[in-house]
Design a protein around this ligand. Structure first.
Ligand SMILES: CC(C)(COP(=O)(O)OP(=O)(O)OC[C@H]1O[C@@H](n2cnc3c(N)ncnc32)[C@H](O)[C@@H]1OP(=O)(O)O)[C@@H](O)C(=O)NCCC(=O)NCCS
Length: 217
């Protein structure tokens, strides 16, 4: 659907707002039939999934294949690899996310970015009690008085996990990531520094990224 005709026009603006030079981010409203976009090579990972899950993953891959075309890549499968991480063609780094209504994908050239991660969450407060699970003691200091801050932290940490997992292949707990909202960086347990941008509309959209130029030799 064209973003200008989308009932989520503010979401389209949020997606544009998190994009930076060298990283493309796009979204799609999940539609009936998007499950048919899954290619045969992608299907085995979804053999046990209900239609709603396959539909969301199909929608994300529709967006991702549109982005691949912008990088000169032919239409191709984006299978799931270890622990669910998407497998991109050589020279490409990317990430996908979806909720019940929207799918988002982000993509960059590997020569420019070591990795990217994206997340989308409804702009709604976290369930009571979850802030302690998601936020470190430091983060709770600035998050405790803002009902949406917990959800934002959750989205940032998911985007960061998606950027870091393909590099390090380690599971991260929420408390393994310390977020600095002021300068848009997060430090991960094993010492990686990941940048992020975020924007809230009908949904919160977070883009995490590691520029190659900032990776220590
Ligand atoms: C990966 C994870 C964050 C995805 O979250 P989700 O709410 O299930 O779903 P989202 O819509 O946000 O993202 C789904 C997409 O994430 C991507 N993804 C899944 N596992 C991934 C991994 N290990 N690394 C990178 N990307 C991954 C896939 O592209 C997936 O899309 P697909 O199912 O269509 O293939 C979550 O399932 C997970 O594994 N969490 C454990 C680690 C964690 O969350 N720690 C706390 C934060 S540090």
């Amino acid at each position: 659907m064209n973003a200008t005709h989308s009932p989520f026009a503010s979401l389209a603006r949020a997606v544009d707002a998190v994009s930076i030079p060298g990283i493309v981010v796009e979204h799609r409203l999940i539609a009936d039939g998007d499950e048919r976009a899954l290619l045969p090579e992608e299907m085995p990972a979804f053999a046990a999934s209900v239609t709603k899950v396959r539909r969301a993953s199909g929608a994300a891959r529709i967006v991702a294949r549109q982005l691949l075309a912008r990088f000169g890549q032919p239409p191709q499968a984006i299978p799931r690899g270890t622990a669910g991480m998407p497998l991109w063609p050589t020279g490409i780094v990317g990430s996908m996310a979806h909720d019940d209504t929207v799918a988002v994908a982000a993509m960059a050239a590997r020569r420019d970015f070591l990795s990217v991660g994206v997340d989308v969450e409804p702009a709604e407060p976290l369930e009571p009690g979850l802030l302690d699970i998601v936020a470190t003691a430091n983060e709770r200091q600035w998050a405790k008085d803002d009902p949406l801050a917990g959800r934002l932290l959750f989205a940032i940490k998911e985007a960061i996990y998606k950027a870091v997992y393909p590099l390090d292949r380690i599971f991260l707990d929420h408390h393994d990531v310390e977020v600095n909202l002021t300068d848009g960086t997060a430090v991960v347990r094993q010492g990686r520094v990941v940048r992020f941008r975020h924007c809230a509309a009908t949904h919160m959209v977070v883009l995490a990224f590691i520029p190659v130029a900032e990776v220590p030799p």
